[in-house]
Design a protein around this ligand. Structure first.
Ligand SMILES: [Zn+2]
Length: 103
């Protein structure tokens, strides 16, 4: 894969957004561009919490399967399904925030 030669990666307004329209939430937090706004940071950390839990649950399921503990396997599988759903929603919230906030 060739290196990316375009340093200008600023988000462009999407086709249906009118630049003339006021966008009160567009204000960016000044400072380190590598550091997202506080709300985005919170949403990122929420996604990461879900991912860590999914990893831990997956490991536990693997052990439950290996020890042929069917009840535990079923229960943990149910939990990881729920956690995947929460992660989907957290990712959706993060994506929506980035779109709304332009951060
Ligand atoms: Zn933001």
């Amino acid at each position: 894969m060739p290196p990316i030669e375009h340093p200008d990666i600023r988000p462009r307004p999407s086709a249906d957004s009118d630049e003339a329209q006021p966008r009160p939430l567009k204000a960016k937090v000044p400072g380190n561009p590598l550091c997202p706004c506080a709300e985005q940071q919170r949403l990122i950390e929420e996604v990461q919490r879900h991912l860590v839990l999914i990893v831990e649950l997956s490991r536990a399921i693997s052990e439950a399967v290996a020890s042929r503990n069917e009840n535990l396997t079923y229960e943990l599988d149910r939990q990881v399904e729920a956690e995947l759903g929460r992660n989907e929603r957290a990712l959706g919230a993060l994506r929506q925030h980035r779109l709304d906030h332009g951060c």
